[in-house]
Design a protein around this ligand. Structure first.
Ligand code: CA
Length: 507
C-alpha cells in the first residue's frame, strides 16, 4: 500500500519554504520563530564507548540487545560508520560542527568554543526547540539549547550531579535511568507548536563500567567469548601496539576489576592498592578459594571487565526502550527521526585491549542506526562509508536547514532513503593527536578506504598497512611487503589528497 506521507523531498521542500517564509517575517535568529509542523522531531541518542560488538543487531557475540535491535529492525543500520578521531571530546565536537578537529579546535581534551556555529544552534535558529541531557564533555557550557541538563565532565554512575542554567542538582539513583527521566521530561514539557531536537547523551558504558546496583541479572552463567585476536602478540606491527597501556592483561587495575581492598588500610594505602594491577587474584569458588595467575587470570580479568561493560549496555538498552515507548505513548513516533550512535567504538578484548584511540576497526567503528517511518525502509542496512562529521549536515538537511559552506561532512539523507549517490566517498581521513597521552597511545593518522587502511605513526616513523578484505581483523601489517608497493603508493597519495582537501596542514 502506498504511504500517504509526503516523500522526503516534499517534506524538505515544505520545510525550506516555511523556513524562508518565517525568516521573511521575523528575525531569523529568534528561537521562537514559528516552524512548520511538517518538519520531523529529532531524537539523537549517543552512548559513550559503545562498540558494535556489543550491539545485538550488529551480530554481537554477547547476544541480543532487544530495544536497540528493535530500532535497527524498524530503521537502517550503518555497517561502516566511523569516528575520525576515536576519543570522546573530539568526536563530540566533530559531530556537533560537521568539521574535523583541526577546524573545530578540539583535537584532544581542548575546551570547545561554543561561540562557533553548530548543529544545535542552527536548528534552534530555524525554529526547533532544542535540548541536551546527559554527558556533554566538551569543557564549556552548552550553547544553542533551550534546555540543558548535563553531567560535569565525565559525571558519576551513581547519584550523579547534573549542571544546568539554574545550577547543580544531585539526582539519586543510576545515571542512565536519570538521563532517561530528563529525556522523557524534555519531550513531555516541550512547546507543542514546533518540532524538537533532543540530544540524549549517555555516560554508559564508559569506564569505570559501574553497573546499576539494581542489576538483577546473574552474570555468572553468561557466555562471554574471547575474540579471536585476544592473544595477539603484535608480531609484524609497529611499536605503538606494544607500548600502549590499554591491555586487559597488564593495565586493568584492581579498581577497574572491582576488587575489594583488605580491611585495615589507610586511605592512601587503599588508593594505591586499588590503582595497582593485580598479578595474582584469589577468587571464591564453590570448592573454596582458587588462586588465579598467568593466562587464567587474564581470562578472569576479561570476564570481569565484560560483565560490567555488558551490564552498562543493558541499562542503555532499557533506556532506549523507554524512550521509544515514550514516543509511542505521545503519538510522536511517526514524525520523529531517532538516531542511536556512540562517540566511537571500543576494544572488547580485540588485540588483548580495552579502550579506544587506535585507528583499528573496533575502536573507530561506531554503531549508527536511524529510524524515521515513511522515509527509512525498516530493517535496511548500508555499507557506505559514513563518518562522525556527517552527523551535523545530515540532521540539518532533515530539518530543511541549509548547511554552512565550510561543513566538511556530507549529509547521509540519501543513504537514509536507501539511495547511494554515485559520487559517495570511498575513503576517509583519521587522526589521533595525543602523543602519548593517556594509555601511552601514540599519535597517528591515516586513511581507510573500502578495502585498505594505511596508518602513519609520525613520532615513531612507522607505517602500518592492512588489507581489510583478506585480513579484516588487522593482524598482518603489509606496509613493507614488496607486493603491496603499488597499493601503498596509492594509499599514500590518497592520504595526502584528503589532508590537502580537508585543510589539515599541521605536520
Ligand atoms: Ca567515548
Amino acid at each position: 500500500m502506498p504511504s500517504p506521507t509526503p516523500s522526503l523531498a516534499l517534506r524538505l521542500l515544505f520545510g525550506l519554504c516555511a523556513v524562508l517564509f518565517a525568516c521573511a517575517q521575523v528575525d531569523s535568529a529568534a528561537p521562537d520563530a514559528p516552524a512548520p509542523r511538517t518538519r520531523p522531531n529529532i531524537v539523537f541518542i549517543m552512548a559513550d564507548d559503545h562498540a558494535v560488538a556489543a550491539y545485538g543487531a550488529y551480530g554481537s557475540r554477547f547476544g541480543a540487545t532487544p530495544h536497540l535491535d528493535r530500532l535497527a529492525k524498524e530503521g537502517v543500520r550503518f555497517d561502516r560508520c566511523f569516528a575520525t578521531n576515536a576519543i570522546c571530546t573530539p568526536s563530540r565536537a566533530a559531530m556537533l560542527t560537521g568539521k574535523y578537529a583541526h577546524k573545530n579546535g578540539v583535537t584532544a581534551f581542548d575546551t570547545f568554543d561554543g561561540s562557533q556555529p553548530h548543529l544545535a544552534k542552527m536548528l534552534r535558529e530555524s525554529g526547533y526547540f532544542t535540548g541536551v541531557v546527559g554527558k556533554w564533555h566538551l569543557g564549556s557550557e552548552p550553547t544553542g539549547f533551550d534546555r540543558w541538563t548535563v553531567l560535569p565532565g565525565q559525571g558519576a554512575y551513581h547519584d550523579p550531579v547534573f549542571l544546568g542554567p539554574e545550577g547543580r542538582v544531585t539526582l539519586k539513583g543510576y545515571v542512565t535511568d536519570r538521563i532517561g527521566d530528563l529525556a522523557e521530561r524534555f519531550i513531555e514539557d516541550r512547546p507543542k507548536d514546533r518540532p524538537f531536537f533532543l540530544m540524549c547523551h549517555h555516560k554508559a558504558p564508559h569506564r569505570p563500567w559501574e553497573p546499576p546496583v539494581s542489576a538483577t541479572t546473574d552474570p555468572s552463567g553468561r557466555e562471554i567469548p574471547e575474540p579471536p585476536t585476544f592473544d595477539d602478540d603484535y608480531a609484524g606491527r609497529g611499536d605503538a601496539l606494544r607500548e600502549n597501556r590499554q591491555r586487559i592483561a597488564d593495565d586493568l587495575t584492581r579498581r577497574d576489576l572491582k576488587l575489594v581492598p583488605p580491611a585495615g588500610l589507610s586511605p592512601k594505602e587503599r588508593t594505591t592498592w586499588l590503582d595497582t594491577v593485580p598479578r595474582v587474584v584469589d577468587v571464591e569458588t564453590r570448592d573454596g578459594v582458587r588462586r588465579l595467575e598467568g593466562r587464567a587470570l587474564v581470562a578472569w580479568k576479561y570476564r570481569r571487565y565484560m560483565e560490567d561493560y555488558l551490564a552498562c549496555v543493558e541499562s542503555l538498552d532499557a533506556s532506549v526502550g523507554r524512550l521509544l515507548a515514550t514516543l509511542d505513548r505521545l503519538g510522536l513516533a511517526e514524525n520523529t527521526l531517532v538516531v542511536y550512535t556512540s562517540d566511537q567504538g571500543f576494544f572488547l578484548g580485540e588485540h588483548g585491549l580495552y579502550d579506544k584511540r587506535f585507528m583499528y576497526e573496533p575502536s573507530i567503528r561506531m554503531p549508527f542506526v536511524a529510524r524515521w517511518p515513511h522515509v527509512i525502509a525498516p530493517g535496511s542496512s548500508t555499507d557506505a562509508l559514513a563518518i562522525n562529521v556527517d552527523v551535523a549536515p545530515t540532521l540539518l538537511e532533515v530539518a530543511g536547514v541549509p548547511r554552512p559552506d565550510d561543513t566538511q561532512g556530507r549529509s547521509l539523507v540519501p543513504l537514509l532513503r536507501g539511495e547511494r549517490p554515485d559520487d559517495w566517498r570511498t575513503s576517509f581521513y583519521y587522526r589521533y593527536y595525543h602523543d602519548p597521552g593517556d594509555h601511552d597511545t601514540r599519535a597517528h593518522f591515516g586513511v581507510r578506504t573500502e578495502t585498505h587502511k594505511l596508518i602513519r605513526f609520525p613520532t615513531k616513523g612507522q607505517w602500518e598497512l592492512y588489507d581489510l578484505v583478506a585480513d579484516p581483523l588487522e593482524m598482518r601489517n603489509r606496509a613493507d611487503d614488496p607486493e603491496m608497493r603499488p597499493v601503498r603508493a596509492a594509499l599514500e597519495a590518497e592520504l595526502e589528497r584528503l589532508r590537502r582537501d580537508l585543510g589539515d596542514t599541521a605536520p
